[in-house]
Design a protein around this ligand. Structure first.
Ligand code: MG
Length: 169
């Protein structure tokens, strides 16, 4: 696996709430694919935080938005999509490219107009890079809407990515 496939185009170092819609829009992005668990809501939580709802409402002024989740529970992802009034894909099987490519085709989008925002390197970022869309890595949110800085998984993922890179060279 080429190491570049694991490298996000933009590492926000913070949660989705701190992303400037205008900054992303100014890169030519018109379609946003959003990961759900971690990125918009902590795993296991049911209600989307008001700050996330507000961010999404503002984002709708700039982008076509679609939720793309690996979660196998249609019930859960549908409920979250309904709270945000968004279309969704559950069981997306990222890092598989399939569901992303299907969405791009269906939306008549051009690859470089599409971005994915997610909190995981080995699913969200890898899937996005394999398709060739813009990839944005965020930190997960806590139930109070604040950034979860205690999230170690991505750090571990990054170490593994570097390790793989060293091995394959
Ligand atoms: Mg996630």
């Amino acid at each position: 696996m080429a190491l570049e496939l694991l490298e996000e185009k933009l590492n926000t170092g913070t949660s989705i709430l701190n992303i400037s819609h205008h900054e992303i829009y100014s890169k030519g992005i018109k379609f946003l694919l959003l990961d759900v668990d971690g990125t918009l809501i902590p795993r296991g939580e049911i209600n989307v935080h008001i700050d996330i709802k507000t961010w999404i409402e503002e984002a709708k002024k700039y982008f076509m938005i679609h939720l793309i989740s690996n979660n196998p529970s249609k019930k859960r992802i549908k409920s979250i999509a309904e709270q945000l009034d968004l279309s969704y894909t559950y069981k997306a099987n990222k890092p598989s490219k399939k569901k992303i490519e299907e969405y791009i085709l269906k939306s008549n989008a051009i690859t470089n107009e599409v971005a994915i925002i997610g909190d995981r390197i080995f699913t969200d970022i890898l899937a996005g890079n394999r398709v060739g869309i813009y990839t944005i890595l965020v930190k997960p949110v806590k139930s109070n809407g604040e950034v979860n800085n205690n999230y170690k998984l991505v750090n571990i993922e990054r170490k593994i990515a570097k390790f793989i890179g060293v091995i394959t060279k």
